[in-house]
Design a binder for this molecule. Structure first.
Ligand code: NAP
Length: 287
């Protein structure tokens, strides 16, 4: 299959390499030159000077870009992908963006005669390298089925979350949970250190209990600075939180306390006698 890959960053590089290794004809575009782009060309990818040129004659177009503005620029800017894409080609946007933006891209793609899927991923650089991403997909069922050959090379699972924007919605939820998990782990370890326990002892113990999320074991080398490589830039996580929080009147933790009728943390310590599941219930339809 002839595939265009736009956005050769941390994730794009790993994903594009897998598609090339699987034998697909790959045309690549990145805004700036980088070593990963050159390595892909060495392996047989065709480097293109604009998104419009890259997508020309391709059946599948994949974008893996920082944020909504980047996707907008690559799609709708001068020499953008919409100017070069063949009618009936399938555009999969794997970038993490907000659902409303995905729906707007689905609409412009449709107008240009393209199929569109929001296809963000759970999983970082190493899962991308190993084809173990989890795809969270929004769009038509028929487009989802059409994307299967690509999804199977890049991921271990592909979940069809609903219509356009629903994949992006699910991705924001997943990353919100991830941020909270890491925050909770940091706070727990900080408390333990203040109580005189060592970081390694705290992590050994926490990770051996059911309270620790499985992802924390994978993140441990980064917590302890034994792995100093950037897998998922903080700026992207902050972007995801900002996009997710647009759906909430306050940060989820603050909102939960307020919703549970608690006006301050100090008060909560003495007055919140209910089960902690009240936080969940107040935030959901059970509340
Ligand atoms: P990255 O390494 O920072 O790469 C970002 C890519 O976007 C680069 O190709 C960059 O081009 C391009 N870009 C940025 N602004 C642009 C603009 N205005 N016009 C054109 N191109 C632009 O990021 P990444 O880690 O691969 O992440 C890519 C997306 O996947 C993000 O939405 C991120 O939230 C999401 N994601 C990341 C991870 C992870 O673990 N890294 C996991 C899941 C999802 P240049 O090289 O020219 O700057």
């Amino acid at each position: 299959m002839k595939i265009a890959f736009l956005g050769i960053g941390i994730m794009g590089n790993e994903m594009a390499t897998r598609l090339l290794d699987a034998g697909h004809e790959l045309r690549v575009y990145n805004r700036s030159d980088n070593a990963a782009l050159q390595a892909l060309v060495q392996k047989g990818a065709q480097r293109c000077d604009s998104p419009a040129i890259a997508v020309s004659g391709c059946e599948i177009i994949i974008t893996m870009l920082s944020h909504p503005d980047a996707v907008n620029a690559v799609a709708r800017g001068d020499h953008g992908l919409l100017q070069g894409a063949a009618r009936n080609s399938l555009w999969m946007d794997c970038s993490t963006v907000d659902p409303e933006f995905s729906r707007s891209m689905a609409a412009v793609a449709k107008k240009a005669g393209l199929e569109f899927l929001d296809s963000p991923v759970a999983g970082s650089k190493i899962p991308a390298r190993n084809g173990e991403l989890v795809f969270l997909v929004g769009g038509d069922e028929s487009s989802f089925l059409r994307a299967k050959p690509v999804l199977e090379i890049l991921g271990r699972k592909a979940l069809h979350c609903g219509g356009s924007g629903q994949g992006s919605a699910m991705k924001l939820v997943v990353n919100f949970m991830l941020a909270q998990t890491v925050l909770a782990a940091g706070e727990a370890v900080a408390i333990g250190q203040k109580l005189g326990l060592a970081e390694s002892q705290l992590l050994d113990t926490l990770l051996a209990t059911p309270v620790a999320a499985p992802i924390l074991s994978a993140l441990r080398p980064r917590f302890e600075r034994k792995d100093t490589e950037v897998h998922f830039p903080l700026k992207h996580m902050l972007k995801d939180l900002k996009l997710a929080k647009a759906s909430l009147p306050a940060g989820a933790t603050d909102l939960a306390l307020l919703a549970a009728g608690i006006d301050s943390y100090e008060n909560a310590l003495s007055t919140a006698d209910q089960d902690f599941s009240a936080i969940y219930q107040k935030l959901t339809e059970n509340g």
